[in-house]
Ligand binder design. Structure first.
Ligand SMILES: Cc1ncc(C[n+]2csc(CCOP(=O)(O)OP(=O)(O)O)c2C)c(N)n1
Ligand code: SF4
Length: 245
């Protein structure tokens, strides 16, 4: 019999806690496939976020630690500087990276830390109940924007962190991808692979892949509609693009 599909060895053989249609499970698998294909499982250390992916250390079969909300790039800095031969990555949501952790990611990039960041943008705070994030779309209904996000109500505009990071000389690679179908998932994997490869090659700065990722639960949509919403709405504000490198 021909094997057409097999489990990625870097992904543990256990069920995840994610909602049906959540992008985190897809993103985990892509990270796992990339670490396997680059043959760096044994020398990679990941940082799990505070957010829905808080249990990423239960799913990815690499050394992982858990750090305080938003602090991953600061901790990754210390890990990489003291262990330059290790491959260090953080996996962070938009609440983690673009709200409480904005200072950490900006300054890690500004310092040209040689780390890789996987930035999962699902436009809400998933873990805490679907509140507005800095990346929430204008008009998007969340637990804290019941009438839709409205800048006239002091709720501000969607924050395009990747564009900001691409401006900094300390980043070597910034790309935004989306888990919105097979081509998008393939592109996301290629981007992740490139980001890790740059760190393996000791490129002089931070590499980041932003991943537009469905949260059907708090977008109040079916998984299929959520993928469509990324195409039709989210990618208008967060364009799929290789922003740098
Ligand atoms: C210091 C601190 N502040 C606030 C929280 C509450 N909190 C937990 S997860 C989270 C946001 C999660 O959203 P995101 O990072 O976008 O990840 P998602 O759950 O959507 O994947 C917040 C505000 C916390 N745990 N610690
Ligand atoms: S709340 Fe959203 S981000 Fe969290 S597990 Fe469910 S679908 Fe995924």
């Amino acid at each position: 019999m021909t094997t057409v599909f097999k489990r990625t060895p870097v992904l543990k053989d256990c069920p995840t806690h994610y909602c049906p249609g959540c992008g985190h499970g897809i993103a985990h698998r892509l990270v796992a496939e990339v670490l396997d294909e680059l043959d760096i499982q044994a020398r990679t250390i990941g940082i799990a976020p505070v957010g829905c992916a808080v249990l990423a250390y239960n799913y990815l079969d690499v050394d992982m630690i858990e750090v305080a909300h938003g602090r991953a790039p600061a901790v990754a800095t210390g890990m990489k500087r003291t262990n330059p031969d290790k491959i260090i990555f953080s996996y962070q949501g938009d609440g983690d990276l673009a709200a409480i952790g904005t200072a950490e990611i900006i300054h890690a990039a500004h310092r040209a830390e040689r780390i890789t960041v996987i930035f999962i943008n699902n436009a809400v705070f998933g873990m805490t109940g679907g509140q507005m994030a800095p990346t929430t779309m204008l008009g998007q209904v969340t637990a804290t924007t019941q009438q839709g996000r409205n800048p006239s109500n002091g709720q501000g505009y969607p924050l395009q962190v990747s564009e900001i990071l691409a401006l900094l000389p300390g980043t070597v690679y910034v790309e935004r991808c989306a888990l919105n179908g097979v081509p998008g998932i393939r592109r996301t994997k290629a981007a992740m692979k490139h980001a890790f490869q740059l760190q393996m090659d000791d490129a002089p700065g931070l590499s980041l892949v932003e991943v537009l990722s469905p949260c059907p639960t708090y977008w109040r949509m079916s998984p299929a509609k959520a993928m469509k919403w990324i195409d039709e709405q989210m990618s208008q504000v967060f364009p799929i693009a290789r922003l740098k490198g």
